[in-house]
Design a protein around this ligand. Sequence first.
Ligand code: GTP
Length: 312
Amino acid sequence: YTAATPYTSLPAVLLIGPPGAGKTALLTLFERGPFYHNKEDTADANNNGKPTVTTPVSETHTTQVPHAVELAVSSPSSADPTSPGHVASYQTDLDAAGAQAKKFLLVDTPGHPKLRGRALAALAQDTPTIAVAPSPAAAAASSPGAPDAGNPPSKVKAVVFVVDAAALADSDAPYLAAAAEHLHDALLALQRRHRARKGSRAPPAVPVLVAANKLDLFTALPAALVKSHLEAEIGRIRRARSKGLLSSDRHDADGLDADEDEADAWLGSYGSDKFSFKEMLEFDIEVDVLGGNVVGEGPGADKWWRWIAERL
Ligand code: GTP
C-alpha cells in the first residue's frame, strides 16, 4: 500500500480560528489558485480543470476529521533569479510556469468551541502532527478488508489563526473574548511543549500567523489594531486564569508545586504585566499579524500565502 496515499508525510499548515472567521473560504480560495477567476460562477462538484486538488472541499464541515487540500508553493530558490526570495502568488499556475514546487497540506479545522479540541491537542504534541481525512483516491484504492488506508499524520509546520477583523471592531462583543481565548489556548499548547520536554533539545518551532480577515469591510479593524486588541484581551485572560489558580492552590501543602503549575499555565513571560506577542519568542514561537481578505475588494490573500511559503 505505498502508491495509494498521495500525500504521505507532506508538511501541514493548520487553519484554526473562531467559527465564521473565513477558514473554509480561505482554503477554497487557495485551492482554486490560478483557476479562481474562471471558476467563480461554475463551482461544480467535479472540480474540472483543477489538477492540483486531491480533496474537494468547498463547504464548512462539522466533523471531527479535518479536511485538507494539497497545495504547492514555488520554492524561493527556484523562483525568478532577478528577485531573490520571491514567492509566486497562489494565483500563479506553477505547472504552466514550470516552477519547482514545494507541496504541502492546508488543513481546515472546525472553529466551534466543542470541536476545536482536536486541533489544540495536535498542537500540544512535542512534534505537532495532524491526521487528515484520506483523499477519495486513497479511499477508493483501499481494497475491502484491508487495514484502514488513512493517511499517516502530517507534521504541522505552521499555524494560521484566522479571525474576523470586522467582528473584532466592537470590543464589547463577546467575539473578541472568544477569539482571544482560542488564540491564548493555541499559543499555550505550543508553549507548554518546552516545559514538558525532558531533554535539552527544544521542540520544533511552529510559527503562528494571525490572519486578520475581511478587511474588505469598511468596519474591519486594521491589522495593527487587531494585534493590540488581541494582546490586551489575552493579557486579561492570563491574569484571570492566574487568579483562579492562586485561589485554588493557596492551601496546597507543597508551595513549590503550586508555583510550578502557575508558571506552566501562564502564557508568555512569567509575571509580566502587559501581554505582547513578542513574549512568545522566549519559547521560540513567532507570531505575526497580517491583514487581508478572501472576498471583496482589499489587500487580498497574497501576504498570507507568502508567509506560509516562507515557513515550509
Ligand atoms: P467554521 O467552519 O464555522 O469554523 O467557519 P469558517 O472560519 O470556515 O468560516 P467560513 O469560511 O465558512 O466563512 C464564514 C463567512 O464569512 C462566509 O459567509 C464567507 O463568505 C465570509 N467571508 C470569508 N472571508 C471573507 C472576507 O474576506 N470578507 C467578507 N466580507 N466575508 C468573508
